[in-house]
Design a protein around this ligand. Structure first.
Ligand code: BGP
Length: 478
């Protein structure tokens, strides 16, 4: 297949600090939200214990894959694959252990400086997420993102890192999957909104007033970070990060079509519009009014949101869903997202519906709406890899990526300005929704299990070699 990727296309991979680093209480790091989440599984929801009691539970992020100590080896492997870009995040509590200090933890700053140094050695461009579900636990105790004070704490954190790494990093993402708070699912590790006495996020009572206040606070915080960032270095480029769940009407019934449009507006377009166009879209004003949702939004906030828009659009893409008004239709019981089953698609073991063509559709959809450069900052398949004699034959992962990359090439032919691709993940990580290690995503296998047992040794999966060829042929050899 003759692919059409531009010469300087940014091939790479992604991770997030809380899912890889471990070293959760080392060198001055404070506990964050992920550190308080115990391991769940495919069927068992993750609990959160504000009182971290090591003996009673296993907390996956405490060790994770110990990237904190293995980062040199990990980055070397990424370089071997030919990465041009590496998407990673900075653990807030590693820099500000309680989240609200004025002065940063120097040890924390040093750690990321070392990472950037290492990336530079191999000419790998860092793409840095400032907030990826890593709220210092102390701030969860004051209401998480629903508390307006958190805007200032985040801005202080962002200001420090933007300044500290002004010569090391050009591409920044203020928030991972900022649209998560458009549904109740976002209350948990993204929003840090935990009702008193609640042990799990998913089962707690959702308060849309609090939730949309939290989202609004993130929009304002993001805008402020962008504005400050541009003062620090005018060459900085900022990206959105939207968890884009493309939705199709289950039937051509006009009511299904209409509901699908509304779902797309709320879940996908709303947050992109705020961060790229710089204003709350008309349909959200209507949504708030109809649902009697109220939160504090000042004139100053509106001004900031207008000024602090992002330069490029990025999104995660794992699945698509079908929407219908018919309540009788069985919903897909995926771990996070609901929606009706699409009879034309296969799903992963976790019920995430695999839809490569939907990626081309999505790319056209967002490019048409925003007209700015686009990056796919997450895309991948969680699977139970079989490890035998140091080898992992993950052809299902190769198939998954092959089909998605083909559609990316077609979208580029369509005229979409797609500039980069950082699959989830570069290396096996702790699953965010389930806390499992068994739900693996990486090109690199890490020998550690759901209980944190293993040698932590790294192994190259078959997909590692395959992706290496994809990169060296700039997407020609699939
Ligand atoms: C996204 C998160 C990632 C990642 C991914 C896969 O929502 O940004 O952090 O974890 O989903 O999800 P999971 O780990 O639950 O399979």
């Amino acid at each position: 297949m003759n692919t059409k990727f531009p010469k300087n296309f940014l091939w790479g991979g992604a991770t997030a600090a809380n899912q890889v680093e471990g070293a959760w209480d080392l060198n001055g790091k404070g506990p964050n939200l992920a550190d308080a989440m115990v391991a769940g599984s495919h069927k068992v929801e993750r609990k959160i214990t504000l009182d971290i009691n090591e003996d009673k539970y296993y907390y996956p992020s405490h060790v994770a894959i110990d990237h904190y100590h293995y980062y040199k080896e990990d980055i070397k492997l990424m370089a071997e694959m030919g990465y041009k870009v590496y998407r990673m995040s900075i653990g807030w509590a590693r820099i500000f252990p309680n989240g609200d200090e004025e002065k940063p933890n120097q040890e924390g700053l040093k750690f990321y400086k070392e990472i950037f140094k290492e990336l530079k050695k191999y000419n790998i461009e860092p793409l840095v997420t400032i907030y990826h579900n890593e709220m210092p636990l102390n701030l969860v105790k004051i209401g998480g993102w629903s508390n307006r004070k958190v805007i200032d704490y985040y801005v202080n954190f962002a200001k420090f890192v933007l300044n500290e790494y002004k010569d090391d990093v050009t591409y920044w993402i203020p928030f991972n999957e900022i649209n998560d708070l458009t549904t109740g699912v976002g209350n948990w590790n993204h929003g840090g909104i935990l009702n008193e006495g609640t042990e799990t996020f998913q089962n707690q009572k959702d308060d849309p007033n609090k939730r949309f206040a939290a989202l609004h606070n993130q929009f304002v915080a993001s805008a402020k970070a962008v504005i400050i960032g541009r003062e620090i270095n005018k060459n900085f480029k900022f990206g959105t990060m939207i968890c884009h769940i493309t939705v199709y009407p289950l039937t051509p019934h006009p009511d299904d079509v209409l509901l699908t449009q509304q779902e797309d507006q709320l879940r996908n377009c709303f947050s992109g519009d705020v961060q790229i166009k710089g204003y709350y879209p008309y349909f959200m004003k209507n949504y708030f009014e109809k649902n009697n949702i109220k939160f504090e939004c000042t004139d100053e906030d509106i001004k900031l949101i207008k000024e602090g828009v992002c330069d490029f659009y990025t999104f995660s893409y794992y699945m698509t869903n079908c929407i219908t008004i018919n309540k009788e239709v069985t919903q897909v019981s995926g771990n996070i997202m609901g929606g009706a089953k699409n009879p034309y698609l296969k799903a992963t073991e976790w019920n995430w519906q695999i839809d490569p063509v939907g990626l081309r559709y999505t790319l056209n959809h967002v490019y048409d709406r925003y007209g700015v450069p686009i990056m796919i900052t997450e895309n991948g398949i969680g699977a139970k890899d079989v490890f035998e004699n140091g080898e992992i034959h993950d052809d299902y992962r190769i198939d998954y990526y092959r089909e998605h990359i083909k559609q990316m090439a077609l979208a580029i032919e369509d005229g979409v300005d797609l500039v980069g691709y950082t699959p989830w993940t570069a290396i096996d990580v702790v699953s965010c929704s389930t806390g499992e290690m068994a739900k693996r995503y990486g090109f690199i296998y890490v020998d550690v299990d759901d209980k944190g047992k293993g040698t932590l040794k790294r192994y190259k999966k078959d997909s590692f070699y395959w992706y290496k060829d994809v990169i060296s042929s700039n997407g020609e050899k699939l």
